[in-house]
Design a protein around this ligand. Structure first.
Ligand SMILES: C[S@@+](CC[C@H](N)C(=O)[O-])C[C@H]1O[C@@H](n2cnc3c(N)ncnc32)[C@H](O)[C@@H]1O
Length: 367
């Protein structure tokens, strides 16, 4: 067993969820190496030694893998945002596909579609959070108070960088800079607790791809009376569901988001402010169960209670974490549901994050 501080060479075979490169050492254990690329041969120093794996940092790249490239951002690896800028985009897409396929390997999936890339691998984020100090702009490192000064963010929309280079920014403070849904730039102070905070997708263009995929699936369904949507947010998917279902019950915990849902003004949408973990729908028979939970997935208490009594023909699960998706899909399969189709979408180029949509159901396959 290797100890922290020991130096060794390894070849990186693939990338793992979480973003690290993975190699296998002679003792059979895998080692996770941040900022490595598939095909790299690297000299590494062990930083953590566990029963079944190691963690290590790169000391030297001995032979770069074919997918390795020079990152364009001068603060790459320092700011805590991007993890994969040093890997070409086609490999990023392939590795995302592999990560999700690996996470879902135990399921019988009829159709696993290729990952849908982003049209532009840079300049896609519609908001960033910055710290202004001494009239300079900084990112906060992930899980740290340390600041990293920067001039341009290569994954932010161009209009955000225009703001960064303007005189509009206050000299001191924490801010969110973004482009609103109606395409207006904004600078907002960030409080430690914002009672009006609500979820919205960070990649406006690619969100349309998600909506289109859902629309394609839903319009082929044989049943269209009722949909129960859990984790509805501000109604991003609710509006699409309302095009096809006579009634959509949209459940969301955040009060400001429920207010937005109510403003959608569709007669067939019923917005419910509730915690999914304890929510009990009036009708247990629905045509579609639609879920888009946060990274942590759906709570155990939902599966142990409400889920048992629900009867649905189809489900669509939108996930931003393949591991919690895999855990939750087991519950669907145990209930006798089939997995028809999986679609991965790259909403976050230059990072290891991947969005996955799953279509399943009880009824015969719809194609
Ligand atoms: C990933 S977001 C999806 C939002 C929406 N579907 C969208 O595309 O914009 C998850 C949403 O679930 C909500 N949420 C988190 N935990 C919840 C819970 N226990 N019960 C109900 N809603 C919850 C959050 O407030 C957030 O709006």
């Amino acid at each position: 067993m290797l100890k922290p501080g020991q130096v060794i060479e390894v070849q990186i075979d693939r990338l793992a969820g979480g973003g690290d490169g993975v190699g296998r050492l002679k003792d059979g254990k895998v080692v996770f190496v941040p900022f490595s690329a598939p095909g790299d041969t690297v000299s590494i120093e062990i930083t953590e030694s566990k029963k079944s794996f190691y963690r290590a940092k790169i000391l030297k790249i001995l032979t770069p893998g074919a997918s390795r490239r020079e990152p364009i951002c001068p603060v790459f690896g320092k700011c805590g945002g991007c993890t994969w800028q040093h890997i070409n985009y086609s490999t990023q897409i392939q590795e995302k596909q592999n990560i999700v396929q690996y996470a879902l390997r135990k399921f019988d999936i009829e159709n696993f579609n290729p990952t849908q890339p982003n049209s532009d691998e840079f300049h896609y984020r519609n908001r960033i959070q910055v710290v202004r100090k001494n009239a300079q702009t900084h990112f906060r490192k992930r899980n740290s108070h340390e600041l990293v000064e920067f001039k341009e963010c290569y994954i932010a929309e161009p209009k955000i960088n225009d703001i960064l280079n303007s005189d509009d920014l206050p000299q001191e403070g924490d801010f969110e800079i973004g482009i609103s849904r109606d395409d207006k730039p904004y600078i907002r102070p960030r409080g430690t607790h914002d009672p009006n905070s609500r979820f919205s997708q960070v990649n406006t263009k690619q969100n349309k791809v998600l909506l289109e995929r859902v629309r394609t699936w839903v319009q082929k369904m044989n049943f269209s009376k009722s949909a129960l949507e859990l984790f509805a947010g501000n109604g991003n998917f609710t509006q699409v569901l309302a095009e096809f279902f006579n009634k959509v019950i949209a459940v969301e915990i955040s009060r400001p988001s429920v207010e937005s849902l109510k403003k959608l003004n569709h007669e067939n949408i019923e917005a419910v402010c509730a915690d999914v973990s304890t929510y009990q729908p009036q009708s247990k028979q629905i045509d579609l169960l639609f879920l888009d939970p946060p990274r942590t997935g759906v709570s155990r208490s939902f599966f142990d209670s409400t889920f048992h009594s629900l009867q649905f023909q189809y489900f669509i699960y939108v996930s931003c974490d393949p591991m919690t998706l895999s855990r939750d899909l087991e519950q669907f399969v145990k209930k006798g549901q089939h997995i028809y189709e999986v679609q991965t979408v790259d909403m976050f180029p230059q990072t290891d994050h991947v969005e996955t949509l799953v279509l399943g159901g009880m009824s015969p396959r719809i194609t």
